[in-house]
Design a protein around this ligand. Structure first.
Ligand SMILES: [Fe+2]
Length: 445
C-alpha cells in the first residue's frame, strides 16, 4: 500500500468522473477510463481484504496513513468527494468495473446511491477522527500548509477580479504556520525543505514563509515581528499572478520583453498588497518590492535612495533563492539541498545576499539538510533524516544497499560528513526523499 498507488487511483477517478460528463455510456473513451480506474483501484488495494480511503480536514488518509502528497495534489477530487458528502470510500475485496462505474456516476451526480453490498462502500467510517489524528506530529503542520494553500488560492482569485488582493486572512494564515514553526521546528523545516511536487508559486510562497519564520525565530524576533516577516514572505511573489503564465513557465532564455514582464512582479505585488490591505501591511508590501533588490542593491527594481534593504526583505531573499533552486520545474531538475546551500553561500560572498543572515540560514539547515541523498564511501545511498546542528552529527538511513537493492525500514544512524563521497539526485536512483524521511520518522517515533 503506497501513496503512489493512491495518487494513481485519485487521478484515474478524476478522469472517469469527467468522462461521465463528456461521453455517453458505453463510449470507448469511458470504457478506457473505467478500465484504468479498475486497474488502479486494484493496485491500491492489492494484498488487503479491505482498504479505506478517508477524507478529513482537506487531507486524504489510506487506512490510517496520512497521504500528504496526494492531499496537496488532488485537492479538486477532495472537494468533489467532500461536496458529495463523502468521508470515506471502502474497497472490499477486488473491485468490479460495474461498481466503479456506479461510483463515477454517483460522483458526477448522474447516478443514485451506491448499493451497500458491492465492492465499493461509502461512509462506513471505520476510522474515527481521533484515530486519524493520532498521526505523527507532521499532520498538524500539513494541515496548516493546506490551509495556507487555501488562503493563497483565494488571494489569487480576488486579484483576478479586483485591483487589490484580499489579504484579510494573511495574519491568521501566518499565525497558523508560525505556531507550527514554534512548536515543531524540525517538522516544519522538514516540510519546507522537502518537495517532490512541481514548481508552483503557492507552494513556493509557503515554503519561503516557513523558512523565513525559522530564520526569524533563530535571530530572536518577537512574535509580532515574526508575523510581519511571515506575511511579507508569504506574499512576496504575489505580483507573479499578474505576469502572463507563458512568461513564468517559459523554458528557454527569456528575451528582453519577457524579462521586462518578470521584472514587474515586485511592483505589482507591492501595489496589490497596499491596495488590498488598507493600512497595516506596508512592511509586507516593502518585502514584495525589495525581494529581488539584492543585498548590494544591484538587483531590481533599483532602490537608489536607501542604504540597505529591510531586514525582512533580506531574510526573504535568501529563503526565496534556496527554495527556488531546490524545487523541480517543468524545464529543470531540482538541485540537491546541499548544492543549493552552496549557491546561497556563494551569493553571500558575491554581495547579493546578507552574509550574516546566510550564516544563520546555513546553521539552521545544516550542511546536508534533511532529505539530501548522499553516496557513501561504501557505495550505499543514504537519506539524511535529520541534519546535524551545532556539532551534533546528522542522522541518516540507508536507502540503497551496496548491491543496489532498496532497503525497507532502515535504522537511522549517526553519519559523519567524512563518509560522504557524492550527492545523488532523487531521479538518478528513483527515490522520493520526502517519503523516505517521513517513513523513517514514523518508524522510529
Ligand atoms: Fe520573485
Amino acid at each position: 500500500m503506497s501513496e503512489a498507488t493512491t495518487s494513481d487511483f485519485l487521478g484515474s477517478l478524476r478522469r472517469a468522473v469527467s468522462n461521465v460528463h463528456l461521453y455517453p455510456k458505453g463510449h470507448p473513451q469511458s470504457d478506457v477510463a473505467l478500465d484504468m480506474l479498475t486497474e488502479t483501484t486494484g493496485a491500491m488495494a492489492a494484498g488487503y481484504d479491505q482498504v479505506v480511503l478517508s477524507m478529513m480536514d482537506n487531507a486524504f488518509y489510506l487506512d490510517r496513513q496520512l497521504l500528504p502528497q496526494a492531499s496537496l495534489e488532488y485537492r479538486d477530487i477532495y472537494r468533489l468527494l467532500h461536496g458529495r458528502g463523502l468521508d470515506s470510500i471502502s474497497i472490499v475485496g477486488r473491485p468490479t468495473i460495474g461498481d466503479l462505474a456506479e461510483l463515477a456516476d454517483f460522483l458526477a451526480d448522474e447516478g443514485s446511491d451506491i448499493p451497500a453490498d458491492g465492492t465499493i462502500r461509502l461512509n462506513e467510517r471505520p476510522y474515527n477522527r481521533s484515530e486519524l489524528l493520532k498521526q505523527a506530529s507532521m499532520s498538524e503542520i500539513r494541515r496548516s500548509y493546506t490551509a495556507s494553500l487555501d488562503f493563497l488560492t483565494g488571494v489569487a482569485e480576488s486579484m483576478a477580479e479586483e485591483d487589490g488582493a484580499d489579504i484579510t486572512d494573511a495574519v491568521w494564515t501566518v499565525e497558523q504556520l508560525l505556531e507550527q514553526v514554534l512548536l515543531q521546528p524540525g517538522s516544519s523545516l522538514l516540510l519546507s525543505t522537502l518537495k517532490t511536487h512541481d514548481e508552483y508559486t503557492f507552494y513556493h510562497s509557503i515554503n519561503t514563509c516557513l523558512l523565513a519564520l525559522t530564520v526569524g525565530q533563530a535571530i530572536g524576533l518577537t512574535n509580532e515581528q515574526l508575523i510581519e516577516l511571515g506575511v511579507g514572505s508569504l506574499l512576496h511573489d504575489l505580483g507573479k499572478i499578474r505576469v502572463p503564465i507563458e512568461v513564468i513557465q517559459y523554458p528557454g532564455r527569456l528575451d528582453d520583453a519577457m524579462w521586462a514582464e518578470i521584472k514587474r512582479h515586485p511592483h505589482e505585488g507591492a501595489q496589490a498588497i497596499l491596495a488590498g490591505s488598507g493600512r497595516g501591511q506596508e512592511v509586507a508590501a516593502l518585502v514584495a518590492l525589495e525581494h529581488h533588490a539584492r543585498y548590494d542593491l544591484t538587483g531590481y527594481p533599483a532602490v537608489a535612495r536607501r542604504e540597505r534593504l529591510h531586514l525582512y526583505s533580506r531574510i526573504t531573499a535568501i529563503c526565496d533563492v534556496y527554495d527556488a533552486l531546490t524545487t523541480r520545474r517543468a524545464y529543470k531538475r531540482a538541485m540537491p539541498p546541499a548544492s543549493a546551500l552552496k549557491i546561497v553561500i556563494q551569493g553571500a560572498a558575491e554581495g547579493q545576499l546578507d552574509p550574516d543572515l546566510v550564516q544563520v540560514f546555513v546553521s539552521i539547515l545544516g550542511i546536508f539538510p534533511a532529505g539530501s541523498l548522499l553516496r557513501l564511501d561504501t557505495g550505499e545511498v543514504a537519506v539524511v533524516v535529520a541534519a546535524g546542528h551545532d556539532g551534533d552529527a546528522m542522522q541518516a538511513a540507508i536507502a540503497v544497499g551496496t548491491d543496489g537493492e532498496r532497503i525497507v525500514h532502515p535504522e537511522p544512524f549517526e553519519l559523519s560528513v567524512g563518509r560522504v563521497t557524492d550527492l545523488v539526485l532523487p531521479d538518478e536512483v528513483g527515490l522520493d526523499p520526502a517519503s523516505l524521511v517521513e517513513s523513517a520518522h514514523l518508524d522510529h517515533n
